[in-house]
Ligand binder design. Sequence first.
Ligand code: 9MR
Length: 354
Amino acid sequence: MDRRDFVLGALSTSTASLLAPMAARANTRGKGPIPYGAAVRTDPLYDDPAYQKAILDYCQVIVGEGGLKWIDLRPDRHIFDFTQPDRQLAFAEAHGLEMRGHTLAWHGAMPDWTETIASAEEARNELVSHIHTVVGRYKGRIPSWDVCNEPIAERPTRNAPIRDSIWQRHLGRDYIELALRTTAAADPAARLVINDYNFEQPTDEGRARRKFFLDLIRDLKARGAPLHAVGIQGHIQSDTAIDRSGLTAFVAEIDAMGLGVLVTELDVIDKPLPGPEPERDAAVANIAKQFLSAIGAACRPEAVLTWGISDRFTWVPIWFTRDDGLPNRPLPLDADYQPKPMMQVIQDFTHSFG
Ligand code: 9MR
């Protein structure tokens, strides 16, 4: 299947003809299938042979679901605990996989001690020294970093487009540029990414998120900040349709700015979907296909990663337990590591660019 067939297969005829000119302008960087990867948990990577086999059978890239987050690395102000990322990277290097770094500046997963940061100067010093230590340690070995995660407010407005965080509170939006410049200084060859979510929603909120995100990256580019790509997470809510034309136009604008695009955290939040497995798995696959094809209509993504590989290990039930009590099925492999239709969709998509 080539990309045009993949894209057109997911669209109505009228939308497909609208997309044709955009596809012709698509970014064609890279050769061969798009690399696929998944977020990994550290223990099963070593303790669960079936998990390890699934990662090796399917992935070219991994990213730690945790491990490089502040809460994991910095249990105390004076401690850096590299146990998890060291193990993840050792696995990646032993098996010829690439590892992405997630993440350096985020509002979430912050240890309590960071609440004691009391001034702009202290915030700047902490952020800069953290990035130098972490990125410096893995220099030349982690080629791509989610430098800044989820910078856009949940419901952004003109007066408050940036999400509240320790960094935003003390440094304003300049923390984003600071994080980018510091990462570039610590590893000049690293590919620097800003990562965020809910860009596919057909709602006022979704439209606002796209607009304010584009404003942010335009501003960063104008300031000459080192930024190479945008991560579109893709934790897809399945109670509303995907805004395919809005998502394609959004990606086309990013592409036109000369930035790459990655799908970084794909999963389908299946809380509102029907219970029976075949029906649910087909719906999940179809939603993933709508999402990927809308992105693929505007560019060739640099990579596609799902947030976990198997329904055995997923964050989704933390927030989106199903009312019928059935386990969530948001990922490409089931809890026994058997491929579901979503895996076929991903493989068709990544190979449609080959
Ligand atoms: O899946 C992750 C979960 O295990 C962690 O507890 C949580 C807090 O660190 O983060 C989850 O991953 C998030 C990712 O880092 C950023 N985008 C949203 C992801 C799902 O919540």
